[in-house]
Design a protein around this ligand. Structure first.
Ligand code: MTE
Ligand code: MO
Length: 371
């Protein structure tokens, strides 16, 4: 990528500090390294390779955690950063520094963040349907321990009014321009009921300060809801007595298509999924193997089953629980082509079609070669 400085230099202009944006400096789209062994890159986004999770614990190591950026990761200055809480729904607007935020009582939660479009490519490869959006396999998901301040506490400190209905968190990354239209800051409304339930303004991920790609210095973590709810690089929270909207709840993140109402159905919770810790089309040695994988569901994981023969199902043994459940199952692998399947309570064989390919929840048929 050519930096802004590079563009200006190429145009023969001198670069004065005053022409550079004060809040963010030019940076690559994603700051952290994206080794091919750990990631599949899709434009400004990178999904985790499932085989890269084998042998790791329940928490996704931060260097392997998927990144979904509408534009690029901003490098924000922690000392000048502020979180503004304002709007008709609060009696005492607040402007908090990172130090203020860190001085408040904190709590932590282990939670999965998963893109609404995770698994989208299977609408096409498994169901023969055409959908728009990033063709993720199953790697647009990660599980971390997040620490921060309860959003409910912040809203109460700001004098939340009983009449407040919606909260609109907005990011400090660049405005999102698509198809020649500027949609403004990445932002998406959240009803006050969810905001008061289990939402966190997080400044730590797996015990370390949030890294730039995952929202430094603070992001929202909205457990159980699609990833877009967990706004990164949080700069403001508008609280309102009337409904708030943005293109991220009116245009995107709606289920649209023949079986949905004309203006679509809003996407909020995720759906259950399962994945093997194996590459797509992996080559597995013949003989006694242990298949490992993970299942996750906003409703919790009870029973996980695996099929290795295209017909019958066996119970997998849970290895650990938490944001997701790790499991394993023995397999006597015989040479040839095989299709592995894993399913968690009630995972269907087919996902309802929607034009933007959200919420793929069907059992994925995972091809492997035993050699
Ligand atoms: N400000 C901002 N917040 C954002 C995004 C973004 O582009 N900008 N992407 C959202 C989407 S679509 C997802 S799936 C998650 C991804 O979080 P991660 O990159 O930390 O994995 O962040 C969400 N929060
Ligand atoms: Mo997403």
């Amino acid at each position: 990528m050519i930096s802004r400085r590079g563009v200006l230099l190429a145009a023969g202009l001198s670069v004065l500090p005053s022409v550079l944006p004060s809040r963010a400096v030019a940076a690559p789209v994603i700051v952290k390294p994206l080794p091919d062994t750990d990631f599949i890159v899709h434009g400004t986004n990178a999904e985790t390779r499932w085989e890269a999770l084998r042998g790791t614990g329940s928490l996704t190591p931060v260097p392997k955690f998927f990144v979904r950026n509408h534009t690029s990761t901003p490098l924000l200055d922690a000392t000048s950063w502020r979180l503004e809480i304002h709007g008709s729904g609060v009696a005492r607007p607040l402007s908090l520094s990172l130090r203020d935020l860190r001085a408040l009582p904190s709590c932590s939660v282990e939670a999965v963040i998963e893109c609404a479009g995770n698994g989208r490519s299977f609408f096409t490869t498994q169901q023969g349907q055409t959908v728009s959006g990033t063709p993720w396999k199953l790697g647009a998901v990660g599980n971390a321990r997040w620490r921060g301040v309860s959003l409910g506490l912040l809203l109460r400190l700001a004098g939340l009014r009983r009449s407040a209905v919606d909260v609109l968190p907005a990011g400090l990354d660049a405005e999102y321009v698509t198809g020649g239209v500027n949609l403004g800051r990445v932002r998406r409304p959240l009803p006050v009921s969810k905001a008061l339930d289990d939402v966190l303004v997080a400044y730590e991920m797996n015990g370390e300060p949030l890294p730039p790609d995952h929202g430094f210095p603070a992001r929202l973590v909205v457990p159980g809801w699609v990833g877009i709810a967990s706004i990164k690089w949080l700069g403001s929270l508008e609280v309102s007595e009337s409904a708030l909207h943005s293109p991220w709840d009116t245009q995107y993140y709606r289920l649209l298509g023949p079986t949905y109402p004309a203006d679509g159905t809003l996407v909020t919770s995720q759906v259950a999924k399962s994945a093997f810790e194996l590459g797509w089309g992996a080559v597995v040695p013949a003989g006694r193997q242990v298949l490992t994988g993970r299942s996750w569901s906003p409703g919790g994981v009870r029973k996980v089953e695996v099929s290795t023969d295209g017909r019958s199902w066996r119970r997998a043994t849970p290895v650990s629980r938490g944001g997701w459940t790790r499991w394993q199952v023995p397999w006597q692998a015989t040479p040839g082509e095989h299709v592995l399947r894993a399913r968690v309570d009630g995972q269907p064989d087919e996902s309802p079609y929607n034009t933007q390919g959200y919420l793929f929840g069907a059992v994925v048929r995972h091809p492997v070669t035993v050699a």
